[in-house]
Design a protein around this ligand. Structure first.
Ligand SMILES: [Zn+2]
Ligand SMILES: [Zn+2]
Length: 919
């Protein structure tokens, strides 16, 4: 049978397209219910429909694909469910920007038309990222693509909402929430990013109402909010102030008097002046203090965080002040207020001050605490079982170090604000009877340009149901308004592991594939997403959503900086795949995925693994030149030293790679494969077998050919999950059993104990040492690579001497020398340069017109360089700061390098001495 010959160079592009289509056509990615294997399920972290594949996705999906391909080859019923997230605010922003460019707006379109427009956009552009995942080689089950707003998942959302509401785990209330004045919606706590900025700490004088000559001094970073103060607080045991509790102060710039209250929670006697102002509508701690003291709330900002004229009037702000600040955003109102306080002599001082400011994670606008009716999940009852599941090990978090982050956060969890004042998302299934809620209707829905879209106050009584109610149970009317808020995007993704399998219907898929096996995700969504999936899975499925959570690092640039367009340091996976091939990118990401450490990615690194792919390609070409179209049987006892050695090494690589994958050490697995394939298989083994292949008809050639092809085929299977395209392209060209159509459905290699040959490996170690020293000697003498040397070898250990003698043909071949293994006494007394290394002494017969002075110079220089390098490395290792910061493998690498250099140095030193005597 004639074999397909491989082209001179590997062309990733055409191979990738061809084989991906082939796999799809064969339905290899599709998981079926009748597959006999134990299920292995992964749900994809659904990328946003607005997304385009970035390097973070590339890492996340490469790791998932490695796991799923590996488990599939192991015979598991492997299912990887793909899909996308509707990404509420993000998507709404994209479409709103488009409308703006067309001179239109969301309001001009109206709710229904706007939503239709977003769906149109989704149909056209929302699938981009899934197409890009295919280029990455992702073996998702494309027959099961889900979307967080498709019919089934929306049904799951409504079901969960209604059940939680009925159990009292969802409630509506007027609360202070984080508000983005640009996106005009509530944000959950973790959607707020805190940033340190420069501000001022203002000290303001509040005169006592009954004794204006005496004042309390209040410190604040936000003087404009003082217009909404409704009390000042002191510590009830503070001797300076306790006699004032119950009295009033005049609130500057207003005509209001506000009480002095005692509050040991809010006030720290030691801090500042010991007096604080209470502004319940604009600060989270003040809101709680306001509840404790039954204080009124004056919200002075509108939805855009501008000072609202009507509210300022309600708060009794003096007309002159009001006129100068109304309608201004906070940043402009603040200096005006400062000016008023200054001219009226209320301002004592304003010092520079650093403070943390919360910003919207989407648009980076400063977030305001904002008082409004919102929907919340009463989270504690859901959090408790989710804490337990991790504590009891029913869910493993890997690396383990993140477990404490999870537990810490979960133990301190706050109620989850789930309503969003946007249009794109799952609309909350709640309705208000207009008749019964007439006095709760908020008339300000369109005032001041603030697009607050809710229309009922917190007092209103909603009807929560799966479907719109037909009539009101209280008054019998049927005039309803549906809640206009939609749910936080993370509400639907929290249900992802079971909603994608058909819940609330009890589908066979749900039964078979839930709980899923592994979740692969970034640390940034541990709380947004992972924690919530755990809570919802336990609540609605009565079981954990996944067994293992593997958290991978973030990809950064070479300097450890976050990649961003503005910095110009972005590595675009699509262009990388185009330049170096998908497998090179995948292998790079896997090899850098060390637990808990950010990946500092460089293009050079990817280029290096492209060379690795080429190296494998060239090995395949070499093999195909020598093997026949059919596999030849081989008896174990006919295998040569080289064959037995490579099989033993291969077996160890199979065991270690599998163990590494089981522990999610993608970096170790990739490193083992690289080391084995490049250094052992290509550099040593393929060299060693060349002589045996020369006489094609010999029994030795036959057995070598058989081992060559056998080991290479196993190696391709071992590598397949990491480099799916290259391995398939080569595998298809190799002779393989009829009936096997693809490497991806062949079994993953497992350990073959009959391949183990410890003794052979030890012998090989002697050979390697001998050849390495001989090569170093050749370089010292500056012999051209082709020149044949005469070498003498002596070993301290008698066993080693015997192995060297046995391997003499290999030594001669690889050192390009004639070799004699004899005791040193038998060596010629002159013209032999000795190299001593680790119990082995090699003598090189110095022939021709070698300039010994030059050799000596080289030795002296190399020797000095080695000393210098050892000194430098030792200094680094002695540096406490370096040791504390450096990753363990870097430290280990340094130590290993010191050992190697020390050996080299001692070898050179002995040669130097000897050479001097020869000169
Ligand atoms: Zn925003
Ligand atoms: Zn009613």
């Amino acid at each position: 049978m004639a074999l397909r010959q491989l082209e001179k160079t590997y062309d990733p592009k055409q191979a990738e397209e061809r084989w991906y289509q082939f796999w799809i056509d064969k339905k290899y990615f599709h998981a079926t219910l009748d597959h006999p294997g134990e299920p292995y399920t992964i749900v994809i972290p659904p990328p946003n429909i607005t997304g385009s594949l970035h390097i973070g996705h590339a890492l996340n999906n490469t790791l998932q694909d490695i796991l799923i391909r590996w488990r599939r080859m192991q015979g598991r019923n492997a299912l990887w469910i793909p899909g996308t997230d509707h990404a509420g605010i993000a998507t709404q922003n994209v479409v709103e920007r488009q409308l703006l460019a067309e001179g239109s707006s969301r309001e001009a379109l109206g709710r229904e038309a706007f939503i239709a427009r977003v769906w149109d956009w989704k149909t056209q552009s929302g699938g981009t990222i899934l197409q890009q995942l295919k280029r990455l080689g992702a073996s998702c089950d494309w027959d099961r693509v889900r979307f967080t707003m498709d019919e089934g998942l929306s049904k799951a959302v409504r079901e969960v909402f209604v059940r939680l509401y009925e159990e009292g785990l969802i409630y509506r209330g007027e609360r202070l929430i984080n508000w983005c004045p640009r996106c005009l919606t509530a944000l959950s706590d973790i959607e707020v990013e805190h940033e340190e900025t420069k501000g001022k700490l203002y000290h303001i004088r509040y005169p006592l109402a009954d004794d204006p000559a005496t004042s309390l001094i209040v410190a604040t970073t936000r003087p404009e909010t003082m217009l909404g103060d409704t009390a000042v607080a002191v510590h009830p045991e503070d001797p300076r102030y306790r006699h004032l509790i119950g009295k009033h102060v005049r609130l500057p710039l207003t005509t209001r008097e506000i009480p002095i209250v005692g509050d040991p929670v809010l006030v720290d006697r030691e801090f500042g002046t010991g007096v604080v102002k209470i502004t319940p509508a604009h600060d989270f701690n003040d809101f709680l203090a306001g509840e404790r003291h039954h204080l009124p709330r004056f919200a002075i900002l509108d939805a855009h965080a501008r000072l609202d004229p009507e509210s300022l009037q309600k708060a009794a702000v003096e007309p002159a002040v009001r006129e100068s600040v109304q309608g201004l955003p906070v940043s402009q109102a603040r200096p005006k207020i400062e000016e008023h306080l200054q001219t009226r002599e209320f301002l004592v001082k304003g010092d520079d001050h650093k403070m943390a400011v919360g910003k919207c994670y989407r648009c980076k606008t400063v977030v305001e605490p904002y008082l409004s009716p919102q929907w919340f999940v009463n989270i504690q009852p859901l959090a408790d079982p989710a804490i337990k599941a991790v504590e009891e090990g029913r869910i493993r978090i890997i690396p383990e170090s993140w477990m404490n982050n999870y537990l810490g956060w979960m133990r301190d969890i706050k109620d989850w604000c789930i309503s969003r004042q946007i249009w794109w998302g799952h609309r909350i299934p709640a309705w208000y009877c207009r008749q019964c809620n007439e006095d709760s209707t908020i008339q300000t829905a369109s005032s001041g340009g603030g697009k607050r879209s809710y229309s009922f106050s917190a007092k209103a009584k909603p009807i929560v149901a799966l479907r719109a109610p037909t009539h009101c149970p209280d008054c019998g009317q049927h005039d309803f308004l549906q809640e206009s808020d939609v749910l936080d995007t993370w509400f639907s993704s929290a249900l992802w592991p079971f909603s994608t399998l058909g819940w609330p219907d009890q589908t066979p898929e749900l039964k078979k594939f839930y709980p899923t096996s592994t979740l692969v995700t970034g640390l940034d969504i541990l709380f947004f997403w992972v924690a919530r999936m755990i809570m919802m899975g336990l609540k609605f499925m009565g079981d954990v959503p996944f067994r293992d959570v593997y958290i991978h690092a973030l990809v950064r640039d070479a300097e450890g900086q976050k990649m961003s367009k503005s910095k110009g340091n972005v590595i675009d996976p699509l262009s990388i795949m185009g330049t170096y091939g998908t497998d090179a990118l995948r292998f790079t990401l896997a090899s850098m995925a060390s637990p808990g450490r950010d990946i500092k990615l460089t293009e050079e690194r990817i280029e290096g693994y492209r060379n690795f792919a080429n190296k494998i390609w060239n090995a395949a070409r070499f093999i195909l030149m020598h093997v026949e179209g059919t596999r030849e049987p081989v008896r174990p006892e006919d295998r040569s030293f080289a064959d037995r050695w490579i099989l033993s090494r291969l077996n160890r690589t199979i065991e270690d790679t599998t163990a590494a994958l089981e522990q999610y050490r993608f970096d170790h697995a990739a490193g083992l494969l690289y080391q084995f394939i490049w250094h052992e298989y290509c550099d040593w083994y393929l060299e060693l077998v060349k002589p045996a292949l020369q006489d094609k008809e010999s029994a030795e050639a036959r057995s070598t050919r058989a081992t060559l092809i056998e080991s290479f085929e196993v190696m391709l299977r071992l590598l397949h999950p990491f480099m799916p395209f290259l391995t398939e392209e080569i595998w298809q060209a190799l002779p393989h059993e009829s009936g096997s159509d693809s490497v991806m459905i062949r079994p993953y290699p497992s350990s073959q104990s009959e391949w183990n040959a410890k003794e052979i490996e030890e012998q090989f170690a002697s050979l390697e040492r001998f050849v390495t020293v001989a090569r170093a000697g050749r370089a010292l003498l500056a012999y051209p690579p082709g020149a044949r040397l005469t070498l003498f070898g002596a070993a301290k250990d008698p066993q080693e001497r015997i192995s060297l003698e046995r391997m003499r043909p290999h030594l001669e071949q690889l050192s390009r020398a004639s070799v004699q293994i004899t005791p040193e006494e038998a060596w010629p007394s002159e013209k032999v340069l000795r190299l001593v290394a680790e119990g082995l002494t090699i003598g090189m017969y110095v022939e021709g017109d070698v300039d010994l002075q030059k050799v000596l110079d080289r030795i002296v220089k190399q020797s000095a360089d080695a000393v210098k390098e050892v000194t430098r490395l030792n200094a680094k290792l002695a540096n406490v700061e370096f040791i504390a910061k450096a990753p363990a493998d870097v430290v280990a690498e340094h130590r290993q390098r010191i050992i190697t250099l020390t050996h080299e140095h001692s070898m050179l030193a002995s040669s130097e001495q000897q050479l001097r005597s020869m000169l």
